[in-house]
Design a protein around this ligand. Structure first.
Ligand SMILES: NC(=O)c1ccc[n+]([C@@H]2O[C@H](COP(=O)([O-])OP(=O)(O)OC[C@H]3O[C@@H](n4cnc5c(N)ncnc54)[C@H](OP(=O)(O)O)[C@@H]3O)[C@@H](O)[C@H]2O)c1
Length: 292
């Protein structure tokens, strides 16, 4: 049986669909007050609990062979990150120390800003509380001795993404920062496929990203264009000033981080390669936003 935590989130919903198709027996951690997904499968058992409160998860580990741990918070608030990423991981690892293997969604944010492509052997230098809390969570997993595969996805896009939804709500005004930064994204279906591979094989750390980085200015301009507007490229300091006045400066700082990652290890060892076409899937995501 597979235990999935964080299965009610953006990536989790895609993963759950894929896992149901594969016919796995699944136990799903769901927070009290959170709506369990509508399930057409009798092979999913709901376990109500809060990953930050170990007592609420007693017994969750019974009969579990594989743990897929995705509980997390992508927040700029250090306290929120620490609880959802580090404390939650500490708790679940403590309860599930006897599982055969563990799959964990860390983040490429652990690297911090990159100069050139970084691979999994590069030292982490996280520059925000989220990345720091993810590195702490990874250390907890390593020390536990549980056979684990740790994925470091870059920014994930696709229909349902709360991160991009927020970004699009800022970009709808049409202003695009004149930045030379590059970023590398990855589609949620490609991430879900990697997680499914991770359930079966692989040990250690693996970056997940599309093969090549793209200019942030180009991505932001594409969003504005797909929204039916003409992008207005403005100096970065002006965007920073405007976002500070809207109390959203930190979001832009994180979004504008230079990111470039090598995925050679995942290609070689897991035979994973992104399959989703950026232009097609990005348009679908913007259409989803516009339809809300
Ligand atoms: N999206 C990205 O771009 C990205 C990139 C790299 C890594 N990741 C990592 O991938 C994982 C999933 O990301 P996501 O985008 O799917 O995030 P998400 O949509 O915010 O989902 C987070 C999941 O964690 C659950 N959760 C949070 N706190 C919990 C708690 N105390 N107890 C139980 N469940 C709790 C949420 O449950 P509720 O439904 O109750 O809120 C939800 O299922 C996270 O660990 C994230 O850090 C994401």
């Amino acid at each position: 049986m597979i235990l999935i935590t964080g299965g009610t989130g953006f990536i989790g919903k895609y993963l759950l669909d894929d896992m149901i198709k594969k016919g796995y027996d699944i136990r799903l951690l769901v927070r009290n007050g959170s709506r369990p997904p509508e399930l057409n499968s009798k092979k999913i058992e709901i376990f109500y609990g809060d990953a930050t409160k170990i007592d609420s998860m007693k017994g969750i580990e019974k009969d579990i062979d594989v743990l897929v741990h995705m509980v997390g918070a992508i927040s700029l608030n250090p306290e929120e990150n620490f609880l959802a990423n580090t404390t939650a991981t500490k708790n679940i690892v403590k309860l599930c120390k006897e599982v055969d293997r563990m799959v964990y969604t860390s983040s490429a944010d652990v690297y911090g800003p990159t100069k050139g492509k970084v691979d999994e052997s590069s030292s982490p230098h996280p520059n925000n509380p989220y990345g720091k809390s993810k590195i702490d969570a990874e250390k907890i997993i390593f020390v536990s001795g549980i056979p684990a595969i740790i994925f470091r996805p870059t920014i994930v896009y696709g229909i349902g993404s709360p991160w991009w939804k927020y970004g699009m709500s800022l970009l709808k005004f049409g202003f695009v920062p004149d930045t030379d930064s590059v970023t590398q994204v990855v589609h949620v279906k490609d991430v879900s496929r990697a997680l499914c591979i991770g359930v079966k094989k692989g040990r250690g750390i693996f970056n997940l990203a599309d093969p090549e980085p793209m200019g942030l200015k180009e991505i932001f301009s594409l969003i504005v264009t797909l929204m039916g507007k003409k992008p207005m490229v403005v100096p970065t300091w002006l965007v920073m000033l405007a976002s500070a006045l809207m109390n959203k400066r930190q979001y832009f700082e994180v979004a504008m981080t230079n990111r470039s990652f090598s995925i050679e290890k995942a290609e070689k060892k897991l035979k994973w390669r992104p399959e989703c076409d950026f232009n097609t899937e990005f348009r679908k995501m913007v259409d989803w936003y516009k339809s809300m």
